[in-house]
Design a protein around this ligand. Structure first.
Ligand SMILES: [Zn+2]
Length: 152
């Protein structure tokens, strides 16, 4: 008896073709082709590119956090808050782009960095001016009370 290697059916010894499936029983069934595993996009990206994407992501996270801080610091003043919010928008866009478009992501991170630097500078400057005004008004009030005390 010859067992057909294609369908498993038993055939008489002298048979050439399988009685069940009609295939040539003298030809062994070829080994099933090993299917190449589907290349995942993540693996198609070279380690270098992956590193760059990771770097862009990290930069955007840093600028996102710093822009949130500068927004909070500048929330009493309009201008630094505006820069902070623009920075937040850019860095979050950069964050979502880091996996698909590293260059665009880096550009967003750069803009977010500039927004942070400008925003935090204006925020700090605003606070300094604000505190100076408070101190001046305070001392003016103190002088006023002092002089009015004299004239009283
Ligand atoms: Zn067969």
């Amino acid at each position: 008896m010859i067992q057909c290697s294609w369908c498993g059916a038993s055939n008489p010894d002298e048979s050439r073709f399988c009685s069940a499936c009609g295939k040539d029983v003298t030809v062994p069934k070829p080994e099933p082709k090993v299917v190449e595993p589907q290349v995942v996009i993540d693996q198609a990206v070279s380690p270098q590119d992956k590193e760059l994407a990771e770097k862009a992501k990290t930069q955007n996270v840093i600028w996102l956090v710093l822009n949130i801080i500068s927004s909070l610091m500048g929330c009493c003043f309009v201008l630094p808050l505006v820069f902070g919010i623009i920075g937040i928008v850019f860095s979050s866009q950069g964050l979502s782009l880091s996996k698909t478009n590293v260059l665009a992501s880096k550009a967003k991170a750069k803009t977010a960095m500039i927004m942070f630097i400008v925003g935090i500078s204006i925020a700090v400057l605003s606070w300094i001016i604000y505190l100076i005004v408070i101190v001046l008004v305070g001392s003016a009030g103190f002088l006023d009370s002092l002089s009015s005390g004299y004239y009283y």
